[in-house]
Ligand binder design. Structure first.
Ligand SMILES: [Fe+2]
Length: 403
């Protein structure tokens, strides 16, 4: 018997598909006890070894039969029992230097390509996909919290702040290659999360519910009925990079994000004729008017789980339409330079997080990254005060007739 609801489902959309295939190969990271990365400082034979908190090309190693070969210099490191690393016959300490107490290094999951290659592509195109950059166990942890994929039958925990539920969220937030690329692209090391990183699940479409319209992300917010939008023709300083983690596989059929790739360079938002987020946010709009633009002038990036898609926040995009019965999860993060006001208050989630078991499982480097990005500050009477919400003052000013 035909399913009446199926008759309402939209036809397959006609966006151009950009399919990202995994290479099946990835570099290795040699991770020091504090979570930093062993690298060689310099790109010639004389480069000294050290532990770095950032993951640029200096920390990329290729696993070989007799050890790890440093990609930029060709030098070799040997991994010995207990995680000891030996370079040029000398054992390294926790700072990655020869001599002193030998440190135990761990072999970490690295990216498919060099950080500099991702940056070059990002600068040229306004987006880049770091394919399968997250370790499989982190992807599993994200799917478990999202209750998708192998955990689709589970019930989400609504009682605990999401960011505290698993170390997988913190590990993802502190993923080092994408952070290095973002910092380079925005030309500042001082970056922040504009909101608490969040797992978002897109369920099967029913043919009637509202679908997100076309827009640019925070802080630009072109196409969004928000206050404080960045003026169009905003100049060449980058005010936002969106970092979308594919927790589930992203396919067009399963609701992968739709983009107008390259539109970040246009300096203005999507046209009204495409159906903006403001228009499509009106109650009942989709049921009456149908989907926003989904033709061949738009693009869908299909990517495997564990991939991180970075895009310039000016890029026109909208959520996809999930035409499958499998909910699709993503972890969304808006990253801004520190001089942009945060979109929402991250302090409560951060305060809960540092008291959680998930926090205890992170390395010092991961903790420091998350603190730097989630704690917003301004000058106070005797130092740099943490910015947080003042509920009492909010109620006073909101009740003030002068406002
Ligand atoms: Fe968006």
């Amino acid at each position: 018997m035909p399913d009446a609801s199926a008759a309402r489902l939209p036809k397959p959309t006609r966006e151009r598909v950009v399919k990202i295939e995994p290479s099946g190969q990835h570099y290795s990271l040699l991770v020091a006890p504090g979570g930093g990365f062993l690298g060689l400082d310099g790109f010639d034979e004389s480069g000294a070894s050290a532990v770095f908190s950032t993951a640029d090309d200096r920390v990329m190693w290729k696993r070989e039969a007799d050890g790890f070969r440093h990609v930029a210099t060709g030098r070799t490191a040997h991994l010995e029992s207990g995680g000891r690393i030996v370079i040029d016959g000398r054992t390294l300490n926790e700072r990655g230097e020869p001599g002193g107490a030998a440190a135990a290094f761990a072999v970490g999951h690295g990216p498919e390509r060099l950080s500099s290659e991702y940056l070059r592509f990002f600068k040229e195109h306004g987006w880049v996909c770091l394919t399968c950059v997250l370790p499989p166990e982190v992807v599993d942890g994200l799917q478990r919290v999202a209750c998708t994929d192998a955990y689709a039958a589970h019930t989400p925990d609504r009682g605990t702040p999401q960011f505290s539920q698993s170390a997988a969220l913190g590990r993802t937030a502190a993923e080092p290659v994408s952070l290095w690329v973002i910092r380079q692209y925005m030309r500042t090391d001082d970056i922040r999360f504009a909101h608490t990183p969040a797992l978002i699940v897109l369920a099967q479409d029913d043919g009637r519910r509202n679908v997100q319209g076309w827009h640019s992300d925070y802080p630009y917010h072109w196409g969004v009925p928000a206050r404080g939008q960045v003026p169009t023709q905003a100049g060449d300083i980058v005010l936002g990079v969106q970092r979308n983690v594919c927790v589930s596989e992203f396919t067009k059929e399963r609701g992968a994000t739709a983009f107008k790739l390259g539109s970040h360079a246009l300096g203005h938002g999507p046209p009204d004729s495409w159906g903006t987020a403001g228009t499509h946010g009106r109650p009942g709009y989709r049921a009456e008017h149908g989907l926003p633009y989904n033709g061949p002038d738009a693009d869908v990036i299909e990517a495997p789980p564990g991939s991180i898609i970075l895009y310039d926040s000016r890029t026109w995009h909208r959520a996809g339409v999930n035409r499958t019965a499998q909910p699709r999860a993503a972890m969304l993060q808006a990253v801004t330079p520190m001089f942009v006001m945060p979109k929402s208050n991250t302090s409560g989630a951060y305060r809960h997080f540092i008291q959680s078991a998930a926090y205890q499982q992170l390395t010092s480097r991961e903790r420091e990254e998350i603190r730097a990005m989630m704690v917003h500050r301004f000058l106070g009477p005797v130092g740099r005060d943490v910015i947080t919400a003042d509920a009492e003052l909010t109620s006073i000013v909101d009740g003030d007739s002068l406002w």
